[in-house]
Design a protein around this ligand. Structure first.
Ligand SMILES: *Cc1c(COP(=O)(O)O)cnc(C)c1O
Length: 399
């Protein structure tokens, strides 16, 4: 497999100078166990056929590749296609890696899967995967987020997941991470910490990427079949970076394909209220790995903001940091306002209500398409659907 920038990462989990395992030795041994178990099973027929069957019959893969005719006409330039991860069971790409992680945990004989969740999207996808695979699931969530995201909390409970409210600190995502991690450290031999993006210590950025690569592999084949050529431009939003790397991985060796990762510029890059880590961050470390980081003078992560709660993380996946440095991917950003405009435009032109996260990719794609000729094509990864955001947007716009 030379097509996927292999061998990435190296044996220590580095993509160039990013990634690795910045963790205590006891945990390093556990992470190495997980990496070993993953390497043992990942290419076995049993694991591959189980995962493939679940992707097909449970998630509904392959997700459609859709030509957005009315959005294309609206922009007046390059032809726009959407990879419809919003049509997956549970409504986003996260189910792809949650199933992979839950199956791995089960295979390793772990008794409980643990995670934190912010807005609850990772929590619901993981609770879904755990009930399917038949393994206990415990999600830590800030009390503030529990009150804000009630439908997701209810879903997790219905799915049989234990939701642990976290009241310390600001009672939001960072405190939930600390709380879930403390629980994990009580018995890391028997517990599995399921990370929700291509972040954290090795082997998680690699494993989560591998699980998400199905997006890019499908999209590449579908695009060739539909148009007879590769897309000229591909785009995805970047929070931790899992849906983006899933798409990008299948196109990295195709020099003719321009790749764009779209970050949240929030209220503006010149305000403190953004989360554009690759655009404005500097090399640092967070949650057990090295990456670009929005940090203060002491190396502490800064508070970040995005209208899309799935994108507000001060770090970013290590492979994206490497791809930025070698200039294979263009990392760009759009504001909250541009995101909202794209959310409404896609809804009204195509009858597709996108997640606010995915709307970032749509917003940049609309600008790019308008500048390009109708001979060119552009592929957007529509990472999720916007049901979860509908009430918020309606209130914000006074609908
Ligand atoms: C969580 C989420 C994201 C952000 O996560 P990545 O790891 O950057 O992909 C993007 N889109 C949707 C719909 C999400 O739920």
């Amino acid at each position: 497999m030379s097509r996927d920038f292999a061998p990435m990462p190296n044996a220590e989990g580095f993509f160039g100078e990013y990634g690795g395992q910045i963790i205590p030795p006891e945990l390093k041994a556990i992470m190495d166990d997980i990496a070993r178990a993953y390497h043992e099973i990942k290419d076995t027929d049993a694991y591959q056929s189980e995962l493939r069957e679940l992707y097909r019959d449970y998630v509904g893969r392959p997700s459609a590749l859709y030509f957005a005719r009315r959005l294309t006409e609206h922009c007046g330039g390059a032809r726009i296609y959407l990879k419809r991860e919003d049509l997956n069971h549970t409504g986003a790409h996260k189910i792809n890696h949650c199933l992979g992680e839950a199956l791995l945990a089960k295979h390793m004989g772990k008794t409980k899967v643990l995670a934190e969740t912010g807005a609850g999207q990772h929590g619901v996808a993981l609770a879904t995967a755990c009930s399917l695979v038949g393994i206990e699931c415990e999600i830590h969530m800030g009390q503030v987020d529990i009150e804000k995201e009630h439908p997701n909390v209810t879903k997790m409970k219905i799915l049989g997941c234990k939701v642990v409210p976290v009241t310390r600190g600001t009672a939001t995502l960072k405190d939930a991470v600390d709380s879930a991690f403390e629980e994990y450290l009580k018995d890391p031999q028997n517990f599995f910490y399921a990370i929700g993006s291509v972040v954290g210590p090795h082997p998680f950025p690699m494993m989560v990427r591998d699980f998400q690569r199905i997006i890019g592999d499908e999209a590449r084949a579908q695009f060739l079949e539909k148009t007879g050529a590769l897309p000229d431009h591909i785009l995805a939003c970047v929070g931790g970076g899992s849906n983006a790397i899933g798409l990008f991985s299948a196109f990295l060796d195709d020099d003719s394909v321009n790749i764009y990762g779209v970050e949240p510029a929030g209220k503006g890059l010149d305000t403190p209220d953004h989360s554009a880590t690759l655009t404005r961050g500097t090399p640092g470390a967070i949650h057990g790995f090295k990456c670009y980081l929005l940090q203060d003078a002491e190396g502490e992560p800064l508070p970040v903001h995005s209208i899309a709660s799935g994108l507000d993380y001060p770090g970013v996946g290590p492979q994206h940091c490497y791809l930025k440095d070698i200039e294979r991917v263009n990392y760009v950003s759009v504001t909250d306002q541009e995101c909202l405009d794209a959310f409404m435009t896609l809804s009204r032109r195509e009858g597709i209500i996108p997640a606010l996260e995915s709307s970032h990719a749509v917003a940049y794609a609309m600008k790019l398409a308008a500048e390009r000729s109708p001979d060119e094509t552009l592929l957007i990864n529509l990472s999720g659907r916007g049901d979860k955001d509908a009430d918020y947007v309606a209130e914000k716009l006074g609908l």
